[in-house]
Design a protein around this ligand. Sequence first.
Ligand code: HEM
Length: 117
Amino acid sequence: MYTTHAHITTWVVALILFFVALALYKSGNSKGSKIVHMILRLFYILIIVTGAFLFFKFQSIDPALYGIKMLDGLLVIGMLEMILVRLKKGKGTGLFWILMIIFFIIALYLGFVKLPL
Ligand code: HEM
């Protein structure tokens, strides 16, 4: 239906790239991690584009809930980016992992359970 499949594909790929980049950073492969991180950022844009498309197409069904879904999706992306950047700088990531997992679960719940598509 419309681009929910494209949208799901983009965030699944992004999640995989995130864990690859994470593993590369941890193993000290700075060149590899930089490349994967850059591709990941491209996928952030694709998630936002496919999500925005769905948003503008369907938000009139339930503007508030769709607004929350969009905000929450953006927060997931923000937390993924924070984890990688802070890891690279050698700073703590615990809080951002917790937030990312919470926002991610909310995104799944809203996307699959609450919202109609
Ligand atoms: C990593 C971040 C994200 C995750 C894990 C995620 C997850 C999901 C899931 C599971 C669905 C349901 C798909 C379906 O039922 O077929 C969905 C739909 C949707 N997403 Fe996202 N999303 C993310 C980011 C975003 C962003 C950034 C936006 C907006 C710019 C957005 C806007 C939407 C909209 C409008 C829908 C349609 C809701 C519906 O009626 O079911 N998402 N997303």
